[in-house]
Structures are given as structure tokens and as C-alpha cells.
Ligand binder design. Structure first.
Ligand code: ZN
Length: 276
């Protein structure tokens, strides 16, 4: 059975996916390919600043889907936790300057304390951001990370935990981000996607693939179709849950970064049609 060609207008690429390109180059190439969205990593505008980046994006046909990434709330001391909250407040202002409606949160973890303590600090940290997020209308998306990152990157490892935290916080600006790389293995994934969709807090959807074997814990993600994740199955669950936003390609890969980025972008579009 052949699938219909998907709408490129609903495809978003993360700037880190084509990391060798500047923000200007990414905007130019994505737009020329008919891609509809861009998610911007902070390093992409570090030199020019968020206001200038926001102007460049506004002048392009691309829609900015999210700013990546905030978070890293758990810390061993109160002063470090307060600083993390201040850093995230600055990021909310940067998102507003960029025109990004959502900040993706990599929530963090502190290896000297328990995961449950870290999760409590994450919730407290997000709650401390709400007044500013509300005043600038910026959403905050909790992205669970694969448990191999539970040491330092995220004490939130499952969509169940992210959904529980979202429902405990009870703000329309707080929701979850589903990334197939982090969640594909979870037997509860379909049910938890449905739960988030039913309650209208499924904010974003990220895709790539899990290479077999994976040679680097961080920078060896695969293009869709290169690994063992049934991305189309998860995409079906996400759309059945009522999600109608962008499908975002987020790939950190030394292998792909070393390749010709224009050819890589063509492969991304092809894989989006055939393996997403
Ligand atoms: Zn992601």
C-alpha cells in the first residue's frame, strides 16, 4: 500500500539537525525545499541574539515551532536552583523575541540526589516560571528523555511521569513533548500519548531513529528508516490522539553532520515521506 505524500508544510527541522549551517543558511535551504517549520536551538542565534534571529525568521516563509532548549532545574544547592530558574526566565524572553510559542524543556537531573528529589525540583522550577510564561504567552513542554540520560539530563524518563507532572502543575501553558528516540521502547507509550492528547497538552512531536548498534549515547541518532523504531506507528498514535502540529526532525549525528547538508536535507524529506 502506498501512502499519500505527506504535507511538507507540516514538516519542521531542528537547526541542530543541520548544525554545520548558520541560521540564515538553514532558513534559506528549508524554505527552498518547501519545509514549513523550524525549531531553533539557542546556539543558532548565540552570536546575533534572539531579536535579530526573530527578524530573520519573520522575513522567511518558515514558522518557528519551538525554542530548544530550557530546563536543567535540579541542582544540589538552593542558589544553583535559583540561578537555573533565572536562566529559564531569560529563555522565555528570548522565545518571545524569536516568535517561538513553545520552549522544549530538557528537565535535568542531579546525580548526587534521588530521581524523585530531582523531579520535585523540576516541578518547582516550572511552577516558578509560570507568571512570566503567562505574561508572554510562552508554552513550556516537558520532554521525557531516555533513561540512559537519567544521571544528568533528565529525571523525567517516561511519558507517564511527564503527564503526571503536567497534570499536577495544572496550567494550560504546560504540556509534554513526545520524542520517538526517547520513548519508543515504552509499552505504555500508546496509552500515554492518548492521555496527553485527550487532555490537550501534547505540544510537540519529534522524530529520528535508534541505530543498531548505537555507537554514541548522544550524537549517533539515525535518520528515520535507519534504525529499529517504528516511527509510522508512533505517528499514527500521535495523530489519533488529536495532534495536528508539526512533525519535527531532530537528529544529532556526527555521521550526518559530516555529510553534505543539502543532500542530507533531501534524505530527510524522502524519509519523512517513507518512514514517518
Ligand atoms: Zn526531542
Amino acid at each position: 500500500m502506498t501512502k499519500h505524500q505527506k504535507d511538507l508544510n507540516k514538516l519542521c527541522v531542528h537547526t541542530i539537525t543541520t548544525k554545520p549551517w548558520s541560521l540564515e543558511e538553514s532558513l534559506e535551504h528549508y524554505a527552498a525545499s518547501g519545509i514549513g517549520g523550524i525549531s531553533v536551538w539557542t546556539d543558532a542565534y548565540a552570536e546575533m541574539g534572539p531579536a535579530k534571529a526573530g527578524e530573520l525568521i519573520a522575513d522567511s516563509p518558515l514558522e518557528v515551532v519551538s525554542l530548544v532548549r530550557g530546563g536543567f532545574f535540579p541542582k544540589a544547592t538552593a542558589s544553583e536552583r535559583a540561578k537555573a530558574i533565572e536562566d529559564n526566565k531569560r529563555l522565555i524572553e528570548e522565545a518571545a523575541a524569536l516568535g517561538a510559542p513553545l520552549i522544549v524543556l530538557v528537565c535535568g537531573a542531579e546525580p548526587t540526589q534521588s530521581l524523585s528529589t530531582s523531579r520535585a525540583q523540576i516541578q518547582t522550577g516550572i511552577e516558578a516560571l509560570l507568571p512570566l510564561a503567562e505574561s508572554l504567552n510562552i508554552k513550556l513542554g516537558i520532554e521525557p528523555l531516555h533513561p540512559m540520560y537519567a544521571d544528568t539530563r533528565s529525571a523525567v524518563s517516561t511519558l507517564n511521569q511527564a503527564n503526571d507532572m503536567t497534570e499536577a502543575i495544572q496550567s494550560p501553558l504546560v504540556g509534554v513533548v513526545v520524542d520517538v528516540y526517547h520513548l519508543w521502547w515504552d509499552e505504555r507509550l500508546e496509552a500515554e500519548i492518548k492521555r496527553a492528547g485527550d487532555k490537550d497538552y501534547l505540544f510537540a512531536y519529534h522524530i529520528c531513529d535508534w541505530k543498531v548498534p548505537t555507537e554514541d549515547m548522544l550524537n549517533d541518532r539515525g535518520l528515520m528508516g535507519e534504525g529499529c523504531i517504528n516511527v509510522p506507528q508512533i505517528s499514527d498514535w500521535v495523530s489519533q490522539a488529536g495532534f495536528s502540529g508539526f512533525t519535527e526532525v531532530e537528529i544529532f549525528s556526527h555521521r550526518h553532520w559530516q555529510s553534505d547538508q543539502s543532500e542530507f536535507l533531501e534524505k530527510i524529506i524522502k524519509a519523512y515521506h517513507t518512514h514517518a
